[in-house]
Design a protein around this ligand. Structure first.
Ligand code: GLN
Length: 278
């Protein structure tokens, strides 16, 4: 038997330097199916040896680098608690800005068609489908395993206005036309050092890297998207903080107009977008 407060104290003193603040609490709360608040209120609660051993095993995996979101199987995004697995990228807070910029271009109360290319856990498609119940959303991914996760998330949220389709970028859109296409595609160069660091080591490489300059997915999507957009329809991309110029150039070259970049909360280039010429 071990008390919760003693277990957490031991975790912090033994391996605290390897963990972000609060991670030990997060993992124990997950293991017990309780909130972190519950842990603080029940410090004197005794856990049996098996639970303590499972906690140690989770801590060891975290110290070895596995992302917390994969260890718990969840990550918060928008107003949701999404299921994530190693088949999907872990949703990032920056992507909520992409959702906000998309919603600003999608009037409520109208039937709209929206596509999310490379949906991963479904983050973008789910948020748009939730905020625009009249929209018909198509979410694509080349990974069947990722689509299974996205589908499970849609089901858990009771969202019926999303269709999931397997395939590369615009290919599963067939001959359909949309009001808006959004994508947070892979955008690191194949030899980017970041691929060997932190959480990225555990995330699917196909969700992270895109050719020698990291721009291949943007080029492929921008090339095919005009055929799948109404005149005036929007294409929005999330990208790296140093890719604003390059992504605007890709959009310009593909004939998009009103091309702009929006900064994230840290004032770094993050989302670039343009509209199909009439
Ligand atoms: N669209 C998903 C997200 O924003 C996945 C992105 C990706 O795998 N590159 O989380």
């Amino acid at each position: 038997m071990a008390r919760i407060d003693a277990l957490l104290r031991a975790a912090r003193s033994q391996i605290g330097g390897h963990l972000e603040s609060g991670e030990a609490e997060w993992l124990l709360a997950h293991l017990l199916g309780q909130s972190r608040g519950w842990l603080y209120a029940h410090g004197d609660h005794e856990l049996d040896a098996e639970v303590a051993a499972s906690f140690d095993a989770l801590l060891a995996r975290r110290v070895a680098g596995e992302p917390v979101a994969y260890l718990t199987g969840h990550r918060g995004f928008w107003h949701f608690d999404l299921q994530v697995t190693p088949a999907t990228l872990i949703p990032r807070p920056e992507t909520e800005l992409l959702v906000e910029l998309a919603l600003a271009r999608l009037p409520a109360g109208r039937v709209l068609r929206v596509a999310d290319l490379g949906t991963g856990s479904g983050a973008i498609a789910l948020a748009i489908a939730h905020e625009r119940p009249l929209a018909q959303v198509v979410a694509t991914d080349a990974s069947a395993a990722a689509l299974d996760v996205a589908r499970a998330n849609a089901q858990a949220l009771g969202l019926g206005n999303i269709a999931f389709r397997e395939g590369d970028w615009c290919a599963p859109l067939v001959d359909e036309v949309f009001d808006l296409i959004a994508s947070n595609p892979p955008y690191l160069a194949d030899d980017d050092d970041h691929l060997g660091r932190g959480d990225l080591r555990f995330e699917p490489r196909s969700a992270l890297a895109s050719g020698p300059d990291g721009l291949e997915a943007f080029r492929a999507i921008a090339r095919d998207a005009p055929r799948h957009l109404h005149p005036g329809g929007w294409l929005l991309f999330e990208h790296g903080w140093d890719q604003g110029d390059a992504v605007r150039a890709v959009l310009d070259a593909a004939g998009f107009i009103d091309v702009q970049t929006a900064p994230d909360l840290a004032q770094r280039d993050r989302i670039s977008f343009g509209r199909r010429a009439a």
